[in-house]
Design a protein around this ligand. Sequence first.
Ligand code: FAD
Length: 531
Amino acid sequence: MTDLRDISVTDLFIIGGGINGCGIARDAAGRGLTVTLAEMNDLASATSSASTKLFHGGLRYLEYFEFRLVREALIERETLLRAMPHISWPMRFIIPYHEDMRFESETPTSRLLSIVMPWMKGRRPRWLIRLGLFMYDNLGGREILPGASSLQLRGSPEGAPLDDRFEKAFEYSDCWVEDSRLVVLNARDAAAHGAQVMTRTKVLSATREGNIWRVETKDTETGETREHRARMLVNAGGPWVGNLIQNTVRLNSTEGVRLVRGSHIVTRRLYDHDKCYFFQGTDGRIIFAIPYETDFTLIGTTDAEHHDPDVRPECTPEERQYLLDFANQYFKQDIGEDDIVWSYSGVRPLYDDGASSATAATRDYTLKVDANGAPVLNIFGGKITTYRRLAESAMDKIGAELGGIKDNWTAGVPLPGGDFPVDGFETQVSDLKNTYPFLSNFWARRLVRAYGTEARFILGTAETASDLGQDFGATLTEAELAWLMKQEFARTAQDVVWRRSKLGLRLSTEEIAAIDDWMVRHNSPAKAAAI
Ligand SMILES: Cc1cc2nc3c(=O)[nH]c(=O)nc-3n(C[C@H](O)[C@H](O)[C@H](O)COP(=O)(O)OP(=O)(O)OC[C@H]3O[C@@H](n4cnc5c(N)ncnc54)[C@H](O)[C@@H]3O)c2cc1C
């Protein structure tokens, strides 16, 4: 047993390397706190790599009167866009309109409308969508993104892939974000500010010893256990937050999360323009169809109860069929199983507010401190979009416990590689191609999207593609792999091809195995240093 007196005490010990854990780690480390973060798998290995990948206000939450959440998220979209113009960009969303579209019957808006306009029988009237979009445009300080407008679908590129019965549409703005890269960049910036970020490290127990936490962790690769001491604990375990409360930290609390699975399918590219579709179903739900990774279309999501965080979420055959049927209500050309090239699934850790349906459960976040001894902050719910604000709220709570905390600082400070103007992506691409003429268009765009201004650190003094070492396929080279291992905590091919990139969509099983093989060979500190 380690003598605890030998272990220095960190200010914060954070459990969970999803967006909330990494966002808090970055914010806290930047304020000068000492921070240790433990993630039992890879960064963003759970919910934070399985989202729809939108920085959005959440148009549909307006029907639930979630004005606080929508307003905060709308304001936040542009703050985030400015801080990461490489991994996030504006998108236009088309809402095709047809009078059969129905509300979800449980929303406060639909209940109100069924009283004042009973003849609508659950249908969503046009004026209500207009009103919603007006609020969406004006609730939250919009400066960069264009406002909502109406659109005639007939004869337009946006109408071309849709069934002829859709003649009119609305159009509005939100933003895309590469969710797992967002997590990794927050972790990197946390580490740059002095945080210790440990992946493949599971928290086995956390015990109060007076005013200090004693935390036991296990390296899931070597089996080695270690002890840590911290003044405050942050439980950012996402879907595991309740399990951590009950079994690991053992608090006397019944609070927990409602686990709601959401699945997506990825198909070959279904249409030629770069806008997204917001489809309303006859069941009151909505789904998106979004241009994805240049050659694909992303369709999702579903809402299904999920009971155990340890059961890996997967897109079930029923969910695949549901998404295909939903999209086929809109697209002229039916899509089927053969068009699906990939699917993924994640579990929303929603604060259990007692809502009747999974769709109706709040998407807002709740932070709860237990200070019966050394303090612990438990995080429930939250969106990718609100992670930075959630971190600031967490810092308020942490400051109240630990005292002497510096002011908010993350708004307006770019994430690694994001230090260029919000409309500067194309300039970055052409500058990169000028310096490195051997880059193809696809390659240069991919590198700037992933690494922004840091793409140059990967390419270094290369004059030809072969200067970057072996090409593993789809423009992934040894130089990039080495960067991902040294700078971005990547340990396996899965970390690289499904989280830090989506090159898994383009690489064969053999090519992915070759990446794994290379990473195993370079995974000792001595070998990694020599890369
Ligand atoms: C289908 C779907 C679509 C979504 N779409 C959007 C969207 O478009 N926009 C948006 O803003 N939000 C969206 N969200 C919500 C958003 O993805 C989540 O709110 C967010 O990712 C939750 O992050 P988290 O850090 O709390 O959880 P997670 O990302 O799950 O992180 C928790 C981490 O804790 C780790 N952990 C657990 N127990 C331990 C332990 N004992 N030791 C060490 N580590 C541990 C886990 O391994 C995990 O990595 C979506 C969610 C889903 C499921």
